[in-house]
Design a protein around this ligand. Structure first.
Ligand SMILES: NC(=O)c1ccc[n+]([C@@H]2O[C@H](COP(=O)([O-])OP(=O)(O)OC[C@H]3O[C@@H](n4cnc5c(N)ncnc54)[C@H](O)[C@@H]3O)[C@@H](O)[C@H]2O)c1
Ligand SMILES: [Zn+2]
Length: 399
């Protein structure tokens, strides 16, 4: 019998809106997103991050009123559900199971919607539930943290942690739409605000020298969370992530290289061994500092670039060091990263600010020296005492 070959392609397309006060009664954006899906009204269930609800208990009432006002296009099914915020939502299958049960109990069909409002963790967990119930229900994401608005919420992945591994269980499933409402950020704790800036530094470092200069020149405003530069940063960072996913040739990460994971091989491990005491953005900041040091140590970038990178991270208030680094299992972390990506080891290193290269080998002895150097960076990161970080006192970006 001749072999048959199946072949088809699917064109994905979803909008990412930047908005404010999305549940104001007469605001049209969300209603228009539902309307775009055709015959209405559309049934939907809503899941909200507990951190958001604690700061804004009136949100549920506003969602109910908004839904009533737009009853011709949307119909809320079941009570709005509060989901424990942060990594707790991804720690086991509780949230995923709840979403799946909701889909059954409230008879949501594949034309219905799940609306996920929250940080990257809640969106990942609720999104995974939506992706597997009926093999996929339309998902509208409303990210409420900086990191979720500029990175986690605009991509195509979802998932939960499992068997002690970050994001071990999950799927690739593009959302129906994403609404980044900047007003949510008003209640975000400073530590979470800062953590989201880390991913912007990452994507600038690997892709966009101009964006890096923007971050460097606006570092004082960003460190103070001034809304103008923060919103510009979120928009540019989201655009870079989206363009990488949409035009990078590997949206579902079938290859081994994953440049958006610059600094992440050690970051994932640090998140695991600190049991979440380091959040994602903080761990990524340390991971980037480490891989920048390594890039310099093997001659890919110069000392000046290294200083600029470390001083930017430090002046944004991001960590360059954590006591858990002493427990970093180099081979174990690199091995776990390779396994997660599949295929050969592929680590992204810098060849300059805004340019990168993949390497398939890491010299453990050199990496260990870089770890040692990081220890020295921690105390004097902002000051003149450490020669690595003296650029921190320079006004504009050193050319
Ligand atoms: N799917 C992806 O492509 C992708 C990409 C990057 C990161 N992630 C995941 O995202 C997660 C990190 O997301 P995060 O940085 O958004 O943190 P998070 O979701 O862990 O939230 C951090 C804290 O902020 C609270 N919070 C959220 N919004 C708030 C608001 N508006 N006001 C007050 N408190 C609020 C939460 O309750 C939580 O306590 C990690 O699990 C990471 O693996 C996923
Ligand atoms: Zn990340």
């Amino acid at each position: 019998m001749p072999t048959l070959e199946q072949r088809f392609s699917i064109h994905y397309r979803f909008p990412v809106f930047f908005h404010r006060n999305v549940f104001r009664c007469h605001d049209e954006l969300l209603a228009s997103v539902f309307a775009r899906a055709g015959t209405s009204p559309h049934r939907f269930s809503c899941f909200i991050d507990s951190g958001v609800l604690e700061e804004d208990p009136g949100l549920i009432r506003r969602i109910e009123e908004y839904t009533q006002h737009n009853s011709q296009v949307m119909q809320l099914c079941g009570p709005v559900t509060r989901v424990e915020g942060g990594e707790a939502s991804k720690a086991d299958s509780t949230v995923v199971d709840r979403v799946v049960e909701y889909v059954k109990d409230y008879r949501l069909c594949r034309h219905s919607f799940v609306l996920a409002i929250g940080g990257g963790a809640v969106i990942d967990a609720v999104g995974y539930g939506a992706a597997i119930a009926h093999r996929g229900i339309r998902l509208i994401r409303m990210p409420t943290t900086v990191l979720a608005q500029n990175d986690a919420g605009v991509g195509v992945k979802n998932g939960i942690n499992g068997l002690g591994r970050k994001n071990f269980i999950g799927t690739f499933a593009p959302p129906f739409a994403v609404i980044n409402d900047f007003d949510f950020l008003a209640t975000l704790p400073p530590r979470e605000m800062r953590s989201g800036i880390s991913e912007a530094v990452k994507v600038a470092l690997i892709k966009d020298d101009d964006f890096f200069t923007y971050l460097y020149d606006n570092r004082a405003e960003l460190a103070a969370f001034k809304s103008g530069p923060m919103e510009e940063m979120i928009h540019r960072c989201a655009a870079l992530h989206m363009s990488h996913i949409g035009s990078g040739g590997d949206p579902f990460e079938l290859g081994s290289a994953r440049p958006l994971d610059f600094g992440h091989w050690s970051a994932h491990h640090l998140e695991e061994i600190t049991d979440g005491r380091l959040n994602h953005g903080e761990a990524v900041s340390i991971g980037m500092a480490l891989d920048s040091l390594y890039s310099q140590a093997i001659g890919l970038i110069g000392e000046e670039d290294l200083r600029t990178i470390l001083s930017l991270l430090a002046q944004l208030g991001l960590p360059l060091w954590h006591s858990s680094l002493a427990r970093l299992d180099l081979e174990g972390a690199l091995g776990a990263f390779q396994e997660h990506l599949g295929g050969d080891l592929a680590i992204t290193l810098l060849t300059g600010i805004g340019s990168k290269k993949e390497v398939n080998y890491i010299d453990s002895a050199i990496m260990r020296e870089c770890l040692e150097k990081l220890v020295h960076c921690r105390h004097e990161a902002l000051g003149a005492a450490d020669p690595l970080t003296t650029a921190a006192t320079v006004e504009g970006r050193p050319q």
